[in-house]
Design a protein around this ligand. Structure first.
Ligand SMILES: Nc1ncnc2c1ncn2[C@@H]1O[C@H](COP(=O)(O)OP(=O)(O)O)[C@@H](O)[C@H]1O
Ligand SMILES: [Mg+2]
Length: 335
C-alpha cells in the first residue's frame, strides 16, 4: 500500500479513541477518495486495517452547502442502532471522537464489498440484492420504531432540514414556482412525521454489496423522522439509473419493484398504505430534485434527459400519487 501522511489531528483523535498509543509510530495510511463531505482514511494498525472518517465543515458539492461536523456523532449513533437492529448492516464502529468529528470503523475491502453504485452503472441490476436492501432498511425502521426512546439520541431536525429538506425539496420548490406549494407540503409532511430512525442518504453510492448482504455507509443525515424518506430516496436512484445505463432499464425497474416489495413486507409500525402514500409524492419530489435541486446527479447532463425527468415529475406533482407504482409506471412509460 502506498502511504500518505495522515494529519496529526486525526492521529490525536485516534489516540483519544484508544486506538493508537500516544507516541506510537505513525501507521501506514492511505486517503480514500469518493466521499464529498468527509476526509476518509485507511490506516493499517498492527491489529489490522481500519477506516477513519472525519466530517468536513463544508461539503465539496456546492459552495453554499454547509453542514455541522456534529453530524459525525449521529453517524456513529446510527451505526450502533443499525447494527443492533440488523447485525452486519453497518460497518462495526470502533470509536468516535466528538471534539474532532471523527469516527473509526472496520475497513471493508472493495474486493469483497463492491459499491452497489458501480454494479448498477455496469448494468448489473440484481433484484435479489435490491430486495435485501429494502428488507434491511425496513428492519432498521421497524426495530427503531419499536424503541421510541431512540429519538432522544438523534436531535437532528436542524441538520436534516439543512442537508436534506432544504437542498432537495425546498430548493426545487424555488426552481418550480408552479409546483412550489406541493413541494413545500411534501417537505412539511416529512418534517412532521416522527416514527423511526432514518438513515437519510440511502443511495447506491453509500451501499456496499457485501457477501452477507448490503452494508450501509454514510449515515451523516441520521434523523428521527419519516421512514418513507429512506425508501423514496433509494428508489429514486433506481429510476435515475435508467438514464445512466439505459440498456439495463428493465433490470433497474425490476430492482425498484423488488426493493419496494421487500420494504413493504417489513412495515409493522403503521399501515403499509399510509407509508406508501407519503413515499410516493416524496419520490416524485426527489426525482425532480435530482435535476433542479442543489445536488443534481452528476450523470444526467443532456438537456433532453433533464427535460424527461421534469416532464414526468411535474405531471406527477400536479396530482400527487399515493402509490409508488404510479411513479414507476409514469417513468417507465416515458422511456
Ligand atoms: N468502512 C469502510 N471500509 C472501506 N471503505 C470505506 C468505508 N467507509 C467508507 N469507505 C469508502 O469511502 C467512500 C466514502 O465514504 P462515505 O461514508 O460515503 O463518505 P462521504 O460522506 O464523504 O460520502 C465510500 O464510498 C467507500 O469507498
Ligand atoms: Mg457517501
Amino acid at each position: 500500500m502506498s502511504s500518505d501522511l495522515p494529519p496529526p489531528d486525526l492521529l490525536a483523535a485516534l489516540a483519544r479513541m484508544g486506538l493508537l498509543r500516544p507516541g506510537a509510530p505513525v501507521p501506514p495510511a492511505r486517503r480514500l477518495t469518493g466521499g464529498v463531505s468527509s476526509d476518509i482514511w485507511r490506516l493499517d494498525l498492527p491489529s489490522g486495517p481500519i477506516c477513519v472518517k472525519r466530517a468536513l465543515a463544508r461539503l465539496r458539492v456546492a459552495a453554499d452547502w454547509e453542514a455541522p461536523v456534529e453530524r459525525n456523532r449521529y453517524e456513529a449513533r446510527w451505526m450502533q442502532a443499525a447494527a443492533a437492529a440488523r447485525p452486519g448492516a453497518a460497518p462495526r464502529l470502533l470509536g468516535q471522537d466528538e471534539s474532532s468529528g471523527a469516527l473509526a470503523m472496520e475497513f471493508l475491502p472493495e474486493t469483497d464489498y463492491p459499491l452497489w453504485k458501480e454494479q448498477l452503472h455496469a448494468g448489473h441490476a440484481a433484484p435479489a440484492f435490491a430486495a435485501a436492501v429494502g428488507a434491511a432498511i425496513a428492519a432498521i425502521h421497524a426495530a427503531t420504531a419499536a424503541a421510541p426512546a431512540t429519538a432522544a439520541r438523534f436531535p437532528t431536525d436542524a441538520i436534516f432540514h439543512a442537508i436534506r429538506l432544504e437542498p432537495y425539496l425546498l430548493a426545487t420548490a424555488r426552481a418550480h414556482p408552479d409546483r412550489a406549494e406541493v413541494l413545500r407540503r411534501i417537505a412539511a409532511t416529512t418534517a412532521a412525521t416522527r416514527r423511526a430512525l432514518v438513515h437519510g442518504d440511502v443511495s447506491p453510492k453509500n451501499i456496499l454489496a457485501g457477501p452477507r448482504g448490503p452494508v450501509f455507509l454514510d449515515a451523516e443525515c441520521a434523523w428521527w423522522g419519516d421512514p418513507a424518506f429512506d425508501l423514496a430516496f433509494c428508489l429514486n436512484h433506481l429510476l435515475l439509473k435508467c438514464l445512466w445505463t439505459p440498456a439495463a432499464t428493465a433490470g433497474f425497474l425490476a430492482c425498484f419493484d423488488a426493493l419496494a416489495a421487500a420494504y413493504r413486507a417489513g412495515i409493522d409500525w403503521e399501515p403499509a398504505a399510509a407509508l406508501e402514500a407519503r413515499a410516493a409524492p416524496l419520490l416524485a419530489g426527489l426525482f425532480l430534485a435530482r435535476v433542479d435541486g442543489k445536488s443534481p446527479v452528476e450523470y444526467i447532463t443532456a438537456e433532453a434527459d433533464k427535460d424527461r425527468v421534469r416532464r414526468v415529475a411535474r405531471a406527477l406533482l400536479a396530482a400527487p400519487p399515493d402509490r409508488l407504482a404510479i411513479v414507476r409506471d409514469a417513468w417507465a412509460e416515458s422511456l
